[in-house]
Design a protein around this ligand. Structure first.
Ligand code: AMP
Ligand code: GLY
Length: 451
C-alpha cells in the first residue's frame, strides 16, 4: 500500500523532513499543512493546505480529508496543543509524542523533576519557583551562576544565563518583569553544547550523529538567543571537540530517559553541555531540532518512511545508516531577528544557482581544488509564498546546507550557496562551521579538561 503521509509544520526542519520523505523509494505520497505556505514543501507535496497547526480539530479534518495513513509532526507547538492525541483519537498514527509525553520539552519544571525522580544521569542542580520574589532570593543566596528558564515554551528565546548574558541584578529584574508564572533556576553549565537526536518508538532508540547549533544571533556567539542560526555535524558520530565516549555518554542519557518515559514515540532531541565532568542535559525537545534536522536528514541513507512504518507497526526500528559526510547549515534570517524582525519583506532566492553552485564544487580549475564533490541544499523556512512572491515572517527565512567530506569543505559550499542564493536584506552568521570557530570549540574543551 502506498502511504499517505501528512507532514505538519512549515519551517526549515519540515522542508528537510519533506525532502527525506519525497526522496525515498516512492512509497510515500506526501501531503503537508502549515500556517505559512512554505514553497519548498509545497513543491514536494501532492497538496499543501494552509492550516492553523495548533488547532487539533483543523489538523484532524485535513488528515481525514486526505485519508492520511501516517502523520509526522515537525514543531513543538502542535505537540503541546495535543495534535498527536487528536489524530490518535481519529485512528491516524502520528510520529510524535502525545501531549503528556511532550511535556519533556513543553514544561521545563516537569523535565527537571522527571530527570531527578528517575535518576536520569546528567541533570544539573535546579529549583522550581512560582513566586518571583522567592526566585530572586534564591539568586542572591546561590553560590555560583544560574540559568533562568521560563517553564513553558519560548521558542528557545526565554532563557537568560547569569554570568554570560546578564548580571545577577539584570537576572532578577528579568524574573520580576518577564511575567512568567513558573521559572526553573539551575546551575549554569559551562562547556560546549551539542545535540543528539534519536528516533524513538516501542521502547527502541536509534541515535543520529551529534550536531552543534548556534543559538546566539551574532558572530562570535554574541547577542540574544534565537531558535538557532546554523549548525554543523562531522563525518563521524561525534564532533571535533568530543570523544566517542562523550557521544556514548549522551546516548546513554537519552536511553535512560526513554526507559523512564514509557511509551514515548517520535524524535527525542537531547541538548547537552559537554562540561569538564562530561555531558549534562541542557534540555530535551520532543521533535527534530531546527536547524539540526537539516544536518541530519540529508545524510540519512535509510528511508525515513521505513522508520515511520516500523514505528506504527510495532516492528523493530531499522538501524539508521548515515553517510560519513560533514554538513554545515547557515540560516538567513530577517534583519532584527529575533528581537525586532522585519516581517513582510520580499525574499528573492535563486534556487537554480544554488543547484549550479553544488555542481561547481566539483570543478577543480580553481587555485585550490577541493578533493571531492559536495552537495549544496536549500531549505525554505518561515517564509510565506503569495501570488507575487515569497515574503519574510517574523522568524527565520531560509537555510543553505553544504554536505562534504569535511566540515571545512561543507562550510565553503554553504558560503558559495549563500552568495548565489541571494542574502540581501537578511542576516547570516558567517562564522558557523569555519575552521577558526571549530578550533576555538576544541581549545575550549581542552582548556576545561586541563589537557
Ligand atoms: P533552552 O531553551 O533550555 O535550550 O536554553 C537555551 C539556551 O540557553 C541553551 O542552548 C544554552 O545555551 C543556554 N542554557 C540553558 N540552560 C543552561 C544552563 N543550565 N547553563 C548554561 N547555559 C544554559
Ligand atoms: N535548534 C534548537 C531547537 O530546535 O530547539
Amino acid at each position: 500500500m502506498r502511504e499517505r503521509v501528512l507532514l505538519i509544520g512549515g519551517g526549515g526542519r519540515e522542508h528537510a523532513i519533506a525532502r527525506a520523505l519525497a526522496g525515498g523509494d516512492g512509497e510515500a505520497e506526501l501531503y503537508a499543512c502549515a500556517g505559512n505556505r512554505n514553497p519548498g514543501i509545497a513543491r514536494l507535496a501532492a497538496e499543501f493546505e494552509t492550516v492553523e497547526t495548533t488547532d487539533p480539530e483543523a489538523v484532524v479534518d485535513y488528515a481525514e480529508a486526505i485519508e492520511a495513513t501516517l502523520a509526522v509532526v515537525g514543531p513543538e507547538a502542535p505537540l503541546a496543543a495535543g495534535v498527536v492525541d487528536a489524530l490518535e483519537d481519529a485512528d491516524i498514527y502520528a510520529f510524535g509524542p502525545r501531549r503528556a509525553e511532550a511535556r519533556i520539552e513543553t514544561d521545563k519544571s516537569f523535565q527537571r523533576e522527571f530527570m531527578a525522580e528517575h535518576d536520569v544521569p546528567g541533570c544539573p542542580d535546579f529549583a522550581v519557583f512560582d513566586d518571583p520574589e522567592a526566585a530572586c532570593e534564591y539568586v542572591d543566596a546561590y553560590d555560583g551562576d544560574l540559568a533562568i528558564k521560563p517553564a513553558g515554551l519560548t521558542g528557545g528565546k526565554g532563557v537568560k544565563v547569569i554570568g554570560d548574558q546578564v548580571t545577577a541584578e539584570e537576572g532578577k529584574a528579568y524574573i520580576r518583569e518577564s511575567g512568567y508564572d513558573r521559572l526553573v533556576l539551575e546551575e549554569r553549565l559551562v562547556g560546549e553544547e551539542f545535540t543528539v537526536q534519536a528516533f524513538v518508538a516501542n521502547g527502541e532508540v536509534r541515535t543520529a550523529p551529534a550536531v552543534q547549533d548556534h543559538k546566539r544571533a551574532y558572530e562570535g556567539d554574541e547577542g540574544p538567543n534565537t531558535g538557532g542560526m546554523g549548525s554543523y555535524s562531522d563525518a563521524a558520530r561525534e564532533l571535533p571537540f568530543m570523544t566517542a565516549a562523550d557521544y556514548e555518554a549522551a546516548v546513554e542519557i537519552i536511553e535512560a530517559t526513554v526507559d523512564a518515559l514509557d511509551g514515548y514515540r517520535g524524535i527525542l532531541y537531547g541538548q547537552f553541555m559537554l562540561t569538564a565532568e562530561g555531558p549534562k542535559v541542557v534540555e530535551f525537545n520532543a521533535r527534530f531540532g531546527d536547524p539540526e534536522a537539516m544536518n541530519t536528514l540529508p545524510v540519512l541513507e535509510t528511508d525515513f518512511l521505513d522508520v515511520l512504518v516500523a514505528a506504527r507497526e510495532g516492528d523493530p526500528l531499522p538501524e539508521p545508516e548515515f553517510a560519513p559526510m560533514a554538513t554545515v547549515c547557515k540560516y538567513a534570517v530577517p534583519e532584527g531577528y529575533p528581537t525586532d524582525p522585519t516581517a513582510g519583506a520580499k525574499v528573492e532566492v535563486d534556487e537554480e544557482s544554488v543547484a549550479r553552485a553544488a555542481r561547481a564544487t566539483d570543478d577543480s580549475s580553481g587555485d585550490e581544488p577541493r578533493e571531492s564533490a559536495g552537495d549544496a541544499l536549500l531549505f525554505y523556512a518561515s517564509v510565506d509564498e503569495r501570488d507575487d512572491g515569497i515574503y519574510t515572517t517574523t522568524s527565520r527565512s531560509f537555510a543553505v546546507v553544504g554536505v562534504a567530506d569535511s566540515i571545512t569543505e561543507a562550510e565553503e559550499i554553504a558560503e558559495d550557496a549563500l552568495a548565489v542564493a541571494g542574502e540581501e536584506g537578511l542576516h547570516v552568521r558567517h562564522d558557523i562551521g569555519t575552521a577558526d570557530l571549530v578550533r576555538r570549540r576544541i581549545d575550549h574543551v581542552e582548556e576545561l579538561r586541563g589537557d
